[in-house]
Each structure stands twice: as structure tokens, then as C-alpha cells.
Design a binder for this molecule. Sequence first.
Ligand code: TTP
Ligand code: MG
Length: 595
Amino acid sequence: MPNAWSLQRDDSRIVLHFDLDCFYASVVENENPALKSVPLAIQQKQIVVTCNYEARRRGLRKLQLISEAKRICPEAVIVLGEDLTRFRDASKDIYSFLQQSVWSGRAERLGFDEVWLDCTDMVDYNVGLLNPNDLTHSFFCLSQEDPTVGFEYDASTVFGPTYPTHSHDSTSCTEEEAQLRLRLVLGSHLARHIRHGLEHQKGYTSTVGIATNKLLSKLVGNVNKPKNQTTILPPYQPVGHVDATVTRFLDEHEIGKIPGVGSKLAQKIRTRVLGREPDVSEDLLYGGTKESVTVLDVRTHHMMGPELLEEVLGGPGSSRGIGGKVWELIHGIDDSEVGKVRRVPSQISQEDSYMKHLHSFDEVKKQLHILGERLIRRMHMDLLEDEEEESDPERSVPRRRWIAHPRTLRLSTRPRPALTLDGTRQRMSHRISRSAPMPNLVFSLVEDPSILADRLVDEALVPMFRKLHHEKAGWSLSLINVAATNMAEAAAERKDSEGRDIGKMFRRQDEVLKDFRVKVEPDSREELPSPWMEAPDGQTPNVEVKGANMDFAATDGWDSDCSESQQAERCECCHSSIPAFALAAHRRYHELGGS
Ligand code: TTP
Ligand code: MG
């Protein structure tokens, strides 16, 4: 196998990946427990974005059209999930619970309902406490300060299911393999403990994967879903005649399911391996997107290796070394760190899309007010904290302070695409945006957000809007987004503050200057270089980005939930309103005869 010798996996970490079970539905069930026993679907536009397991048992699926869900299961309770506030708040609460469960502070979110935890230090500390003569009666210490805080467990065996189901004969295993196995055993017991805490204290069940990196932990969790956990067992490297479990595990996956191999890359690889354009399956909206090419097919393809992958995937627009990177990923190598906790989001934005386009100034002004008020309320939630030490004991409400000030206000709109020469209208619409310094008035903690929003609209957003759109020409807008960006952290005592990082300050200058220009951005997503920028979803292979307008940035926990986008477009064929993220798949569904 070309270049196999150069592959080196770092198996020194223990990483847990949490995926909340039917997340939106669970949030709604927790608010109204009577719904737990009935089929429940969450609707956004005309799509079921998720449903509980009772509904799944009766044939409902994620990303089904509401009309179809009603036909299959007329008794299903359908709850509107377009206002993301409750999901965002639950997500934040769960994240904070999980983040406090590990010592390292390394807790990283992906979307609303996935979190990785790096628990290497906890595992290694507890390996040091083991009594090798009595592993079955071990105690997992959860605090370095207080040895009584923790739980009892059996360190001689993994908790929960494993991949493969049975481990190979351990008498032939190497010292490293035995050590890795032991560390994974401890990881599995810690995962059980955290999972149970999340269920009993917060009311959410989850599915967990336990492995040595983010890639493997995310994928192995899918093996036993829902309400379960799976540990991928050693040997992670081939030993004698025994194949590496990691290789066997990954080999079964379709290439497009490997996180970091986005849809475009996957399609190029399929074309190369098959020697032709892959066939498309008929069930595009819900089922297999493309002809299946497995990791095994890719790995064992004639002359396949990092160089050939570079040739297939490289070129303008792709990141350098993409071939080597993908080659590593399909061998289960992912060196990316579990991101550290970040207190401050890099931006907060609120947006809405309008089925009935906005044509008049009054309509626009009304929407600016709604979005402006939502933005200010969101800033209060995410950027204010209680001043504990200095608060006045006489006061019943603690004093609050801003932990960061967004310096820039950005207004973006999406005008209807212009007519082309042949009289048709382009399909792809573009956003245009304008930025200005954030007016200080928004930081007032005295006035009501609704009053502040009035002033924000009159003093900042309307002037910005007029610069973006000249009234004489008229306009027809399908989307408005108002964002607070360019965060300046308040000089903080905390050591995790980024406020005093000079390097960052210089890097940020570019961004600030860039922000003061009118920009035109294609309203579509390009393939992104980081393995964790896209969220390939095991269950929904033809949807590349989960959730409308979520940014799945690796180190920025809160970006993803700050944009309250409900982008939807009307399908030209069936006139259903479809979330923007699902539209391409939906169109192809019609193209192939779906009605
Ligand atoms: P998922 O984790 O994909 O789905 P889930 O948690 O509902 O179900 P599972 O048990 O299979 O993990 O997505 C998390 C939430 O994100 C989901 O509850 C609803 C939302 N979502 C979208 O907004 N758009 C999408 O395309 C998908 C798939 C999910
Ligand atoms: Mg989930």
C-alpha cells in the first residue's frame, strides 16, 4: 500500500463524543413530558427536522416532508420548531453540564447537540490509582482535591458495547495495546457516568463514542444508537495476522460518511474509483445519495495513496496537502485537538427569511426592529455576566457587566437576483452587507431592549439600509440579517480571556477594516478545509449542513447557535416551502420523478 509506512496515529488521548438523541424532540418533551409516549415530530417550514423514537418506530424520519409524515402517521403530534431559542438554551445548558464534567476544559461543540470531551487527564490520573490485583473493585476519582468524590466501577471490563463486539485474544497483545485497552475501559466508565448524569439531572439521553480522537469517537458512537455507547477496542495498529480494528471499522463506511470528506471531495473520489460518474439513487431526498464507494474500495484502489488523492482532489480552491489529509482520515488519523472552552462568541446574529418578499420601507423597518430587539436580547444572554464579588448585598438583583463589546454592527440582505439577458432569473442569490461601528446605546442596561431597538433602527440600521439599497431602484428582499461582530473582550481577570492577546489584536485589525466595506457574498457554502466545518450526518447523507445557517466551527462553541436563520425557499415544482439546506436535495428528488 503506497505510503502506509508514513501514517502515524497518536493514540495518547481519550476522547468522548456525545450526540443527543432526537434533540429538538427531547427539548419539547422535557417541557411537556406527556409527549414522551406519543409520536412527536418537530416541523421547520414543511419538513420534519427531527422526531422522537416513538415516531421513528412508526415510520417517521428526519427530513421527511410534513405531508408525507402526516400520511404515514396521522396521529403524530407536530410541534413548530422554527424559533430556535428553546433549543439554543437547552444546548447551552447541556454543553455547560458536559464541560464541567471534565478537568481539561476541552469541551467542543458541533452544532446544537454534539459535544466532544477530552478526558485524557482524568483517565491517566485514575489509571495511576488502580490496584492491579483488584481491578473489579475500583473507584473513579472525579476530583483531585477530594478523593471521596467519584464512583465505583469494574476496571477489568469495558462498560457497554464495543467495536468489534468481542475483543481478540488478549494473551497475544502487546504492552502498549494492553495499556490502551485499560485507558479505553476507564473512558467507557466515565462516559457511562456522564451519560447517566445528563439523563437524570438534565433529562436528556445521549449516544456516546469512545476512542482516541474526534474522528473515531464520532463515528463509533453511531454503532449503537440511541441511548447507548460504543468503545472502539484495540488493536488500533495491525498485530501479526490481526488487522487493526480501526481499519476494519472505517473500511465499512461509505467515503462520504467520513467527517472531513465533504460531498464534493467524496464525489471526486467516487468518480476516480469507479472510473465514471457515479449513478444517482432514486431516493435522493431521504435515502442514499450516490452510488456507494466504501473506504475499503478507496484504500485498496490501484495506486491509491496520498499522492494520487492529491491529484484527484487538489487544484484551484482546494487546500494544500488535501490528499495526505484525506489519506490520514480514511486511516482514522485525526490530530485535531478538542477545542478549549471559549467564553465569548465571535459574533451574534439574528436573521429571518421572507417567503413574501419585502417591498416597502415600512415592512423593512418593522423587520429591522424585530431583528434588532432580538439581537439586543441575545447580546444580554451571551455577553452579560453577574458581578459576583462587587455586587451589593442589599441588591436583590446582582449587578451585570459586559464580558465583551461587539465593535461592529453588520446588516446583510438578500435581494432578489437580477434578470439575466435571456429574461430568466438566476437561481443563486447573493447576500450583500454593510458594516458600521456599533452604537454605544445598545450597551445600556437601564433601558428596555424594545426601546433600544427603536433607537438602533433609527440611528444605525436605517442609515445603513439606505446605503445598501437606493430607494429609487426599489427592492425585493428575501432575507435580512443583523449581526454584532468583532468582539472586544472586556479586560478580564480570567486567565482564559483573549482580551490581552496582542497577536490576536493585530490579526483582528484586518478583520475590522474588512468589515467597513460593502460586500457581496454568494449565499451558498463552499467546501471547507477543516474536518469539522461540515457536519456529515450518518443518518442523512445528502444533507451537508445540519440546521439552517449553522457554522460548525471547531473551536468556536457559540457561533453555531448565534445565527437565528430560518432560510427557506419555495420549491418551483411542488411549491412546498423547504429549508435552504435541503433544497438542492429536494430539487433532485423532483428531477428523478418524485412528486
Ligand atoms: P441530529 O443529531 O442529526 O438529530 P437528532 O438529535 O434529532 O436525532 P438523533 O437521535 O438521530 O441524533 O440533529 C440535531 C438537531 O438538529 C435535531 O434535533 C434537529 C436539528 N436539525 C436541523 O435543524 N436540520 C437538519 O437537517 C437536521 C438533520 C437536524
Ligand atoms: Mg442528535
